[in-house]
Every structure is written in structure tokens, then in C-alpha cells.
Ligand binder design. Structure first.
Ligand code: NAP
Length: 315
């Protein structure tokens, strides 16, 4: 039922925003504590970053590994099993400085909740080059599992030196004729196991100490301009696609004017070891508060903490 201003009549105990490991784990705990959580997944990014991942080998409980989307399906099913109301909606506005807090959705509906758990994760970083946004879907991508299939027997590039870049590059070798990994240093940031796999793969060639300075092509990616940042030499690399995997930034747009944001890494500041933010009743968990570990298992652990913190707050 809607009241004036599209305000729903019910005041929820807790609204959870975000549907990665942190959001769904918070939902499992909150629903088992009879807090009847409502969880807004976002419409296009439901399931979070693991939806763009292939094999997850380091999530405990799956000795043979599990595909990212399948794992997120399990998370969601477990949250629903205990009564979480999962809604594939986008939250567009939050008013955290009133009690109950107000959560506005894209269709204008305003929900109210005594407590809010922010589990909005992070968003992929862009290179910031001309041609990058114009060629999205035409060879520029942030998701090898979504787009790799379209580049059978074609040369591709991956930018970055972390675990994501290695994962993307290794996945793309299944389709591409060749995969160049362009990294700005001569040493990888990726974990040893991922780095070793990529370094041993014959289809992958590393271009060290280098930056992409332009993405070229009118209707689709045709080549990249690459600069060696040590000696200043430039070259053109003929590729049909470029996969950008240079990390991500905490998604704080909804709350950055209301909560404290860490100046160094852009995460929401919480009162560790709890997940409480500076506003009573507002809690945050997962990549949006984590500038260091950023693992599915650590996000899930924080989600559990957030739900327990909400239970204490409401109690
Ligand atoms: P990341 O670890 O932050 O690595 C980002 C990489 O991109 C770094 O090599 C960085 O270079 C480079 N980079 C950053 N900004 C750049 C720019 N403007 N231009 C060019 N290069 C740039 O990010 P991630 O790889 O997405 O990983 C994020 C977290 O998720 C990590 O904790 C990672 O362990 C985890 N993860 C784990 C797995 C797995 O376990 N299988 C898979 C994916 C991600 P520098 O090295 O010079 O800083």
C-alpha cells in the first residue's frame, strides 16, 4: 500500500542494498533472526561482481570450485529460503538522517526502514581514454565471460596486472588467437597461483611497463596505441577487443554526502570491528568498506557481522 508521496505504509526492520556475497549473507542472517529483510539487488548488476566470474576456486565449501553465477544463485536461494524479500530494483536515493530511514527506488516508491545495510560493492574502473566509452560493446569490455565468445580466433588485449586481469586473460585464451596483457609495471599484483598460470600460458604475451594511450576504431576496436612508460617508445597493437581489468572503486554515490568516506581508498568508514557507520542504524559491509581484502569470503563475513549488528541495534 502506498501513502502520499509514494511512501509505503510498512516500516521495515532492515533494508539491505546490494546483492553480492555481503548483501546476501546479511540477508540470510537477518531473515533467520526474524527481521524480515527486504533486499534490493539493483536491476542490472544483481549478484554483483561474481556474476562476471568463471571458476571461483577459493570459496570454502566447494573443493572442486564453483562458477561465480552458480555460487550467487545459491546465495540468493538461501536468503529466500528464510524469507528475505528479494527485489530486482534500483535504489536511486537514500535519506539516512531521518528515522525511519527513507529508501527511494527508480520507480519513485519510497520504503522506510529502522536500519539499513549498505552492501553496494564496487564499480569497475575505466581507463579514461577517448574511444573507451564510444566503443563499449564494440570491442571494449569489462567482462570476458560476457563478451569473450564474440572474439573467436581474434587477437585481444587485457589491461591490468591483478587477479582480475589474469582471470580475464586466461578465460579469453579459450577463444582468442592471442591475448596480450598490458601492465604498467614489470611485476604482477596478482596472487602467485594466478600469475603462474598466466605466465605459463602460451597464448598469453605480456607487454610490461606499458600503458594504453588510445583505443582506435570507428565502429569497432581495431588497434591500441601503447606507450612504454620506461623508455617512452610507442607502438600500435592490432587487436579486435580490449578487456579492462584495472580494479574497482567502492560504490558510494548514494551515501557519500551523508557518511564519512575514507580519503585514501574511497570506502565508507565504519566503526571497526563493527559494521556501524557514523549514523545510528546504518551499517555497511563488503567491498564498499574494504580497501584491502576484497574477497567473496571476507565480504560474506562482513555481511554476517552487519546483520548481527542490526539485531543488536534494533534490540
Ligand atoms: P587490483 O588487485 O586492484 O589490481 C588492479 C590492477 O590494475 C593492478 O595491477 C594495477 O596496477 C592496475 N591498474 C590500476 N589502475 C590502473 C590504470 N589507471 N591504468 C593501468 N593499470 C591500472 O584489482 P583486481 O584485479 O580487480 O582485484 C581486486 C580484488 O579482487 C583483489 O583483492 C583480488 O585478489 C580479488 N580477486 C580475486 C580473484 C581470485 O582469487 N581468483 C579474482 C579476481 C579478483 P599496479 O599493480 O601497478 O597497481
Amino acid at each position: 500500500m502506498l501513502l502520499a508521496e509514494n511512501l509505503t505504509a510498512d516500516v521495515h526492520d532492515v533494508v539491505i542494498i546490494g546483492s553480492g556475497p555481503a548483501g546476501y549473507t546479511a540477508a540470510v542472517y537477518a531473515s533467520r533472526a526474524n527481521l524480515n529483510p527486504i533486499l534490493f539487488t539493483s536491476s542490472v548488476e544483481a549478484g554483483g561482481e561474481l556474476m562476471n566470474t568463471t571458476d571461483v576456486e577459493n570459496y570454502p565449501g566447494f573443493p572442486e570450485g564453483i562458477m561465480g553465477p552458480e555460487l550467487m544463485g545459491h546465495f540468493e536461494a538461501q536468503a529466500r529460503r528464510f524469507g528475505t524479500d528479494v527485489q530486482y530494483e534500483d535504489v536511486t536515493e537514500l535519506d539516512l538522517n531521518v528515522q525511519p530511514k527513507r529508501i527511494t527506488l527508480a520507480d519513485g516508491t519510497i520504503h522506510q526502514a529502522r536500519a539499513v545495510i549498505l552492501a553496494t560493492g564496487s564499480k569497475y574502473r575505466e581507463l579514461g581514454l577517448a574511444g573507451e566509452s564510444a566503443l563499449v560493446g564494440k570491442g571494449v569490455s569489462w567482462c570476458a565471460t560476457c563478451d569473450g565468445f564474440f572474439f573467436r580466433d581474434q587477437p585481444l588485449a587485457v589491461v591490468g596486472g591483478g587477479d582480475s586481469a589474469m582471470e580475464e586473460a586466461l578465460f579469453l585464451t579459450k577463444f582468442a588467437s592471442k591475448v596480450y596483457v598490458i601492465h604498467r609495471r614489470d611485476e604482477l599484483r596478482a596472487s602467485q597461483i594466478m600469475a603462474d598460470r598466466a605466465l605459463a600460458n602460451e597464448k598469453i604475451e605480456f607487454i610490461w611497463n606499458s600503458a594504453v594511450t588510445a583505443i582506435n576504431g570507428d565502429t569497432k576496436v581495431e588497434s591500441l596505441d601503447v606507450e612504454n612508460i620506461v623508455d617512452g617508445t610507442t607502438s600500435t597493437l592490432d587487436v579486435n577487443g580490449v578487456f579492462i581489468a584495472i580494479g574497482s572503486d567502492p560504490r558510494t554515490d548514494l551515501v557519500k554526502d551523508q557518511l564519512d568516506i575514507d580519503e585514501t581508498d574511497g570506502t565508507i568508514v565504519v566503526q571497526e570491528p563493527s559494521t556501524a557507520t557514523k549514523i545510528p542504524g546504518v551499517f555497511a559491509a563488503g567491498d564498499v568498506v574494504d580497501g584491502k581484502y576484497r574477497q567473496a569470503i571476507t565480504a560474506a563475513g562482513m555481511g554476517a557481522k552487519a546483520a548481527i549488528d542490526v539485531e543488536d541495534f534494533l534490540g
